[in-house]
Design a protein around this ligand. Structure first.
Ligand code: FAD
Length: 412
């Protein structure tokens, strides 16, 4: 069999894969992206964080995203038992972008993949990576791919970036998966024509609404341009399993338990069948090895509550591309120091926030009546995705700071 040879093979053309491909092409590397689906294809994960804009800019993709006309976003709002609080991301501790977009991922991901192609990456849609045999001692890896016509072929690659998302190709093949510390949660979600009129609803912010009785059950409302919204509920699977019927019926039944959300959606047209995804939180014992690195969700996925997934995916692509640039220039590189450790730092910041959210502490903080402006700006920066900015005390000592603030808020 004739075996093709490429410098870098990327598995998956989601946000991580496309941004990595564009960055590497701009370094002059030869890049082949293998993508299982035909684009545009549906994906969940629609509310971006302002930090992600810096990576789109770095990859040369910002103009294409801006010109697509997605819904402008400047913050996050939270609602619990009729109590409302919000964060404006332009008012934040860290320097950098304070605004971003809420995007239909089918369109957004397609734009990024086309941008990667514009920079010269080859993207093969409806091709699936079936197997990877890593090389040792500098030998290339051997990748087995099933083509769109069902015929298998093989590729030799000098380096592999696994950006396969929940496909988690290398974690499965190399047995790198470790259990997530979070309980098994799921989400039921859909898109609706929302029918929300009037000034009471801020379309420039994601709204996170807490269930009136269960503080670990929450809903997202992500407005899109054109009068549509993404809606979803997140809960432990044992909670979701209590509801009968189709995914749409179950989602509607759970939403009916929350008065403000029911009122907001009273004129909604439920024109799209809901979907369910369960057990998405995942972890690995290492993010890189000889000849490969894991990007985005192929590495670790925490939880959707702070909309951090795409930002982490971009960050991983940016860090990996920088290390590869030096590696291909013949420099000695340290993947742990320059990729694994810095990536984990921001992920761990978000992890502490997610843990605090579900334990109730973060909710005590944000719904507290008196908010200190400087502290609010520090939290706003993290909610905006600046989870790697060590000048922010809530990045430097996340758990300790959150616990101390929760204790102060709980006292009244
Ligand atoms: P993906 O976007 O999953 O892309 C991976 C690609 O790899 C896919 O196109 C897939 O087809 C391809 N692939 C898989 N296996 C193979 C194979 N064997 N061969 C070839 N191709 C393959 N994030 C946010 O930023 N904001 C949000 O509001 C948000 N909400 C979320 C809500 C829920 C319920 C969930 C579960 C997640 C949410 N996320 C959110 C997370 C977000 O969806 C992901 O973090 C993000 O899509 C990760 O991007 P990625 O490039 O790593 O992977």
């Amino acid at each position: 069999m004739n075996i093709e040879a490429v410098e870098i093979l990327i598995v998956g053309a989601g946000p991580a894969g496309s941004v990595a491909a564009a960055l590497l092409r701009q370094q002059g590397r030869q890049v082949l992206v293998i993508e299982r689906e035909q684009f545009p294809r549906f994906s969940i994960g629609e509310s971006l964080l302002p930090q992600s804009m810096a990576y789109l800019e770095q990859a040369g993709m910002l103009q294409a995203v801006v010109e697509a006309g997605f819904q402008f976003k400047n913050g996050a709002a939270f609602m619990r038992n009729g109590r409302y609080t919000d964060f404006d991301f332009r008012d934040k501790h860290s320097a950098g972008w304070g605004t971003t977009y809420q995007v239909q991922r089918a369109d957004f991901d397609h734009i990024l993949a086309r941008e990667a192609e514009r920079f010269g990456a080859e993207v093969r849609y409806r091709h699936e990576v079936l197997n990877i045999e890593l090389g040792t001692g500098g030998a290339p890896a051997l990748i087995t791919v099933k083509g769109a016509d069902g015929v298998q072929y093989q590729v030799n690659a000098g380096f592999i970036l696994d950006a396969s998302g929940f496909g988690r190709v290398l974690p499965r093949l190399l047995d790198l998966e470790t259990p997530s510390n979070f309980p098994v949660r799921g989400a039921i979600f859909t898109h609706v024509e929302d029918g929300i009129h009037g000034g009471g609803f801020d379309r420039t912010k994601i709204r996170v609404t807490v269930h009136p009785e269960h503080c670990d059950v929450w809903f997202w409302t992500i407005p899109f341009a054109g009068g549509r919204c993404s809606l979803g509920v997140v809960a432990e699977t044992s909670f979701l399993d209590r509801y009968q019927g189709s995914a749409t019926e179950r989602l509607r039944a759970i939403i009916a338990e929350e008065a403000s959300l029911s009122a907001l959606l009273e004129n909604a047209n439920w024109d799209t069948p809901a979907r369910q995804i369960v057990g998405y939180s995942a972890n690995v014992d290492k993010l890189w090895g000889e000849g490969y690195a894991l990007l985005g969700n192929a590495g670790e996925f925490l939880d959707p509550v702070f909309s951090s997934g795409v930002t982490i995916a971009f960050k991983s692509a940016s860090l990996a591309a920088a290390v590869l640039e030096r590696q291909f220039a013949g420099e000695q590189v340290d993947w742990q120091a320059d990729f694994g450790a810095p990536l984990r730092k921001g992920v761990d910041t978000f992890r502490a926030f997610v843990e605090s959210w579900y334990a109730g502490g973060f909710q005590t903080i944000i719904f507290h009546e008196k908010q200190q402006p400087e502290v609010k700006r520090m939290i706003s920066a993290i909610l905006a995705g600046y989870a790697w900015d060590l000048s922010n005390p809530f990045v430097k000592e996340t758990s300790r700071r959150l616990a101390a603030l929760e204790a102060v808020c709980a006292q009244g």
